[in-house]
Write a protein that binds this ligand. Structure first.
Ligand SMILES: [Mg+2]
Length: 154
């Protein structure tokens, strides 16, 4: 995620960023936010970009990371359903088309962001190791779909 240039988002007219929690800004489990990501958030905020944390994880977990980073947050988001993205857009007072959704999963972050008309950025998961069967299951399909896209594109 640190490879994502805040300036490139700003050039696209992005005014706010919705970031995913698990495997995007923090590893699953109890792991700390990597310092590079911490700095990335500070840097993008210093450029005037609003950042909100949206996670399908429960409140207890989401709040812990959000408070540590000083971010507004929405837990139990039910991504890819659009409700949480719409709530974030209202909270930030920024239209969905000027928001970027940054996350590690095609079927939650990217699909949800696309449904809402936001700009979406798929990042590499922080940890390849996942402790939920469903995530592994989803990831197999993601790889399949990404391969299809690549094939289709070339
Ligand atoms: Mg995630």
């Amino acid at each position: 995620m640190e490879d994502l240039e805040p300036e490139s988002l700003i050039k696209k007219g992005i005014k706010g960023v919705i970031v995913d929690l698990d495997n995007t800004i923090a590893p699953r489990g109890e792991g700390a936010v990597p310092s590079g990501i911490r700095e990335w958030i500070k840097r993008i905020q210093s450029l005037g970009i609003d950042v909100v944390l949206i996670s399908n994880s429960p409140s207890s977990r989401t709040q812990k990371y959000a408070q540590e980073l000083g971010l507004a947050w929405i837990a139990n988001a039910l991504k890819p359903l659009p409700m949480a993205f719409i709530r974030a857009s209202k909270k930030m007072n920024i239209p969905l088309k000027s928001l970027a959704v940054v996350g590690d999963q095609v079927f939650t972050d990217v699909l949800g962001g696309n449904i809402c008309g936001a700009f979406t950025v798929l990042v590499s998961p922080l940890s390849k190791k996942t402790d939920f069967f469903t995530t592994k299951f989803v990831r197999v399909f993601e790889r399949f779909i990404l391969r299809k896209f690549k094939k289709g594109g070339g």
